[in-house]
Design a protein around this ligand. Sequence first.
Ligand SMILES: [Cu+2]
Length: 169
Amino acid sequence: MKFSKHLITAAIATVFAASAFAQNVTVTDAWARATVPGQKATGAFMKITAKDNTKLVGVSSPVAGVAEIHEMKMDKDVMKMAALPSGLALPAGKAVELKPGGYHVMLMDLKAPLTKDSTVPLTLTLQDAKGVKSTVELKVLVGMQAPAMPSHDHSTHNHNAHQHSDHKH
Ligand SMILES: [Cu+2]
């Protein structure tokens, strides 16, 4: 049965090639922090897993005049954040987590408040090891904290909206 298995593999490979680079990157648990009127900046967070060595080199969103990839770190007891000048490395097969207090997508110069339970479009620009760029389009849920959903469940329109707010920090 070796022959037919090869045929199947070839067929799948063709499908993947047709749908491009986005297949090589998986984004889960994406969310952006809701804002109040007058607030001009917020953060967006997610887990990104790349199949091959990749870099996140840019972000953009129609809701923000400026979007950057930021890093937060302690500098002599002071929490500071700064844009990553050469992007965020996504090593092959390793989930890279963007979360409050760490790496995050910074959305600045917001054009309108981000209201809870709405979604905002976010475009990630990725660069592979050969320098080829591609983009991934996301719809990011707006909330006050990470969505308490199992990260593997993409099926999802639960009729009873779960609100697990009993997180232990
Ligand atoms: Cu920031």
